[in-house]
Design a protein around this ligand. Structure first.
Ligand SMILES: [Zn+2]
Length: 158
């Protein structure tokens, strides 16, 4: 389950450290994210990465690789387009054929860094996020350990 920090007035999503809506000035609230995948994608996009003419930052060998690269960029807030590479006369409905990955000029440098890293390290798995219950368990265990430690230190003196 995904929780979002949003403005109750304009419904804009905000970063976890923010407390008030930048536009409306009202306190933000947590809501369960029931929005569609496309809305969530749109919210991930950072406005600063959408300026300037489109530039090619990568070439994917096929549709699936294009989507993987686009997701990688989106994780950093960079919106991108996959275009059929010029000169390849493949019908549009086919998933085959290379794609140019293009981003706005303002995102080019960051996009190249992201994709460059990926190439150097080989295929990367998405960052692993521990589910909430594991974190809760870890906190509980550390509290119990502290309590046990405290009682073993303090009890001889009582
Ligand atoms: Zn607002």
């Amino acid at each position: 389950m995904i929780w979002l920090l949003v403005c109750p007035v304009c419904d804009a999503a905000h970063e976890p450290h923010e407390r008030f809506c930048a536009d409306c000035g009202v306190p933000l609230t947590f809501v369960k994210d029931n929005t569609s995948e496309s809305t969530r994608r749109a919210r991930k996009v950072k406005p600063g990465y959408a300026d300037g003419p489109l530039v090619r930052v990568a070439t994917a060998r096929h549709q699936a690789e294009a989507e993987m690269i686009q997701n990688l960029l989106l994780e950093e807030g960079i919106p991108s387009l996959a275009r059929r590479t010029g000169g390849f006369d493949v019908p549009d409905f086919l998933a085959a054929g290379p794609r140019d990955i293009v981003v706005a000029a303002s995102a080019e440098e960051t996009a190249r860094e992201i994709l460059g890293d990926r190439r150097d390290d080989g295929p990367q798995l998405p960052p692993h996020r521990h589910p909430t219950w594991i974190r809760a368990l870890a906190v509980t265990l550390s509290v119990l350990t502290l309590a046990a430690f405290a009682s073993s230190v303090l009890l001889p003196f009582t």
